[in-house]
Design a protein around this ligand. Structure first.
Ligand code: G3P
Length: 217
C-alpha cells in the first residue's frame, strides 16, 4: 500500500520524506489555511521534497473554472495531482483533465456510487473519507470494501486513496480492505512504527549486549 501524508506543512513533510516511506502527499484548502503559508509557494516546496504525487485542490464550483485552476496547478510541478470535489462539475472537469493527461484525485467521496462515477470519469485517485463517515455514525471501512469490489468487477484502474484517517487501526483495516493508498496525518504516521513491546525489547537487548563487553565496530 502506498503511504501518503495528509498535510500542507512543507517543513514537516520534508522531514517525513527522509524516512523513505512516504509515497505522496495530499493537501486540501483547510490544511493550506492551517499551514499559514502562500498556496503556490507551499505546493512548490512540498513537490520539491516529496518525489511522489502531491494533491492540490481547486476551489472553483464550475467545471470551466476548475479546468483553468487545475491546469494552473499542474504547471507548478510535474508531480501535482489536481484534486476535485465529487460534484457533477468536478466529475466533468476530471474527465477533461484526465483526457488532457493531467492526473486527478476526486475527493469528498462518501458513497460507492460516487466512487463508481469518479472511475467512469477516469480519475487516477478516489478519496473516500473514512473518519468523517465514522463520525456520522456510518461505517467508513465498509465503503472501502464496496469500492474495492466495484473497481475489481469492472477492472477500473482508479486507485482507492483512503482518506480522513484517524488512527493506526484505520491504516491497518484500509490495507486489509484493499485500499491502494492511505493518506495519513503526520501524528498517525509516526504512531505506525511505535510499539511499547518494541521499546521494551530493545532496551533489554541493549542491556544484555552491554554486559558482554563486546562491540560490533
Ligand atoms: O485530505 C482529506 C482528508 O484526509 C481530510 O481528513 O481528518 O479532515 O476528515 P479529516
Amino acid at each position: 500500500m502506498q503511504i501518503f501524508i495528509d498535510s500542507a506543512d512543507a517543513k514537516e513533510l520534508a522531514a517525513l520524506a527522509e524516512t523513505g516511506l512516504v509515497d505522496g502527499v495530499t493537501t486540501n484548502p483547510s490544511l493550506i489555511a492551517k499551514s499559514g503559508g502562500d498556496f503556490f509557494e507551499t505546493l512548490k516546496a512540498i513537490c520539491a521534497s516529496v518525489p511522489g504525487p502531491v494533491s492540490a485542490e481547486v476551489v472553483a464550483q464550475d467545471a470551466a473554472t476548475m479546468l483553468k485552476e487545475g491546469r494552473k496547478l499542474r504547471g507548478l510541478a510535474d508531480n501535482i495531482v489536481v484534486k476535485l470535489p465529487l460534484t457533477v462539475e468536478g466529475l466533468k472537469a476530471c474527465k477533461t483533465l484526465e483526457e488532457e493527461g493531467h492526473p486527478c484525485n476526486v475527493t469528498l467521496c462518501f458513497s460507492a456510487v460516487q466512487a463508481l462515477l469518479a472511475a467512469k470519469a477516469g480519475a487516477t485517485f478516489i478519496s473516500p473519507f473514512l473518519g468523517r463517515l465514522d463520525d456520522n455514525g456510518q461505517d467508513g471501512m465498509q465503503l472501502i470494501r464496496e469500492i474495492r469490489a466495484i473497481y475489481d468487477n469492472y477492472e477500473y484502474p482508479t486507485q482507492i486513496l483512503a482518506a480522513s484517517i484517524r488512527s493506526a487501526n484505520h491504516v491497518k483495516d484500509a490495507a486489509i480492505a484493499g485500499a491502494d493508498c492511505a493518506t495519513i496525518p503526520p501524528a498517525v504516521f509516526k504512531s505506525l512504527y511505535k510499539h511499547i513491546l518494541t521499546d521494551a525489547g530493545l532496551e533489554a537487548f541493549l542491556k544484555d549486549w552491554k554486559s558482554t563487553g563486546q562491540s560490533i565496530l
